[in-house]
Design a protein around this ligand. Structure first.
Ligand code: F0G
Length: 353
């Protein structure tokens, strides 16, 4: 089967004969069973969906391929998004691939280095705004209303259509929906998309069950948990540093219809989860992605009994996106030695020194 989200799920996406079947190889990401953490935590049926394996290193490519294909179909001449980094990387890559000029608005100084590097390398026009993500998204909405430029943030419904394919893949891999889906929540497009995907698959009788949707925001950027926008969102997880999610209602519906939860995790909990995923599972995701696993740990500490449940934590983006944080938070298990065998032995086996 040809690769890509459009080819794999044609009949469940809003495609026509005129839609170009583009792909950068997005989707079909690994679902990896936990080897250590699940056992340690007493929930052996724990899986991680590695969305960092998408071509630009995050789940955004699933929705972007649909948004861009539809933009091309409609004769669009340029695309624009606001971003905490991953959407801009994805838009820039597909813009380059399809020869569509790409404008990305990012909050100045708040985007992880790897993501900024991507947008620049792919040749997008990178516009750094003196304001946060919410402000940048407001400007993009206003600009794209006034100008012939296609908005490719997740308020573009084609983005949600593409992103729902991750839920299809989970059911295709597990044979049914998981009992619980843990997922980070920022602008709230992705939780909305997964829920749509699970419901569609169930109505097509490709799954029997639906999961409980467990969304986690960062404590300093948790508007849905608090029930009101956060004017100045703060968290180490820059990808989800969002105070007024565009798809707020979609997240609330996913929670309420699924009997799920939207809760928050602290930066310390996020960092602990981030380190544990890397050092105990070999999964290097970005801090925002670790909010899903951090949420699971939080609920288990609160006494939730999930020992016989199938649980999926979505790892939304690759850890290489944010190398500065990785190096500064890794705990420093490094050594600098002279170039001789005694020094190597001392550093490894610890004999002598
Ligand atoms: N995880 C990562 C790595 C993200 O980049 C994002 C969002 C999320 C989770 C949250 O997903 O917004 O659909 O609730 N990043 C957007 C961006 C905002 O601009 O790249 P969401």
């Amino acid at each position: 089967m040809p690769a890509g989200v459009l080819n794999s799920y044609k009949e469940l996406l809003p495609l026509t004969n005129a839609t170009p079947m583009i792909t950068l190889g997005e989707g079909d990401t690994p679902l990896v069973k936990s080897n250590r953490l699940g056992r340690e935590l007493g929930c052996p049926e724990l899986y991680f969906k590695l969305e960092g394996c998408n071509p630009t290193g995050s789940f955004k490519d699933r929705g972007m391929v649909v948004a861009i294909a539809k933009a091309l179909e409609e004769g669009s001449q340029a695309i624009m998004c606001a971003s905490t980094g991953n959407t801009s990387a994805s838009a820039a890559a597909f813009g380059a691939y399809c020869d569509l000029p790409t404008f990305v608005l990012i909050p100045k100084g708040e985007v992880a280095m790897g993501k900024l590097a991507q947008a620049m390398a792919y040749g997008a026009k990178v516009i750094m705004v003196n304001g946060n993500f919410d402000v940048a998204l407001g400007l993009v909405r206003e600009f794209t209303k006034k100008n012939q430029v296609t908005l490719v943030n997740s308020v573009n419904p084609h983005r949600i259509e593409g992103q729902k394919t991750a839920a299809f893949e989970l059911v295709d891999s597990l044979g049914d929906a998981p009992d619980f889906l843990f997922i980070p929540v920022g602008n709230a497009g992705n939780i909305t998309a997964y829920w749509k995907g699970f419901k569609e698959y169930q109505s097509l009788e490709r799954s029997r069950t639906l999961p409980s949707m467990m969304g986690f925001q960062a404590e300093g950027a948790a508007p849905i948990v608090r029930g009101e926008p956060v004017a100045n969102p703060q968290t180490i997880a820059s990808a989800i540093r969002i105070g007024n999610p565009a798809t707020w209602n979609g997240a609330v519906d996913a929670r309420d219809e699924s009997g799920g939860v939207i809760d928050s995790v602290s930066d310390d909990e996020i960092l602990e989860a981030y380190r544990q995923l890397a050092s105990k599972e070999g999964i290097f995701c970005e801090p925002a992605s670790a909010a899903s696993f951090a949420g699971l740990v939080k609920l288990l500490r609160q006494g939730w009994d999930l020992h016989d449940k199938t649980i999926v934590c979505v790892c939304t983006g690759n850890g290489l996106k944010d190398p500065d944080l990785a190096v500064s938070s890794a705990g420093g298990n490094t050594a600098e030695v002279e170039a001789n065998i005694e020094a190597i032995e001392a550093a490894t086996l610890g004999n002598g020194r």
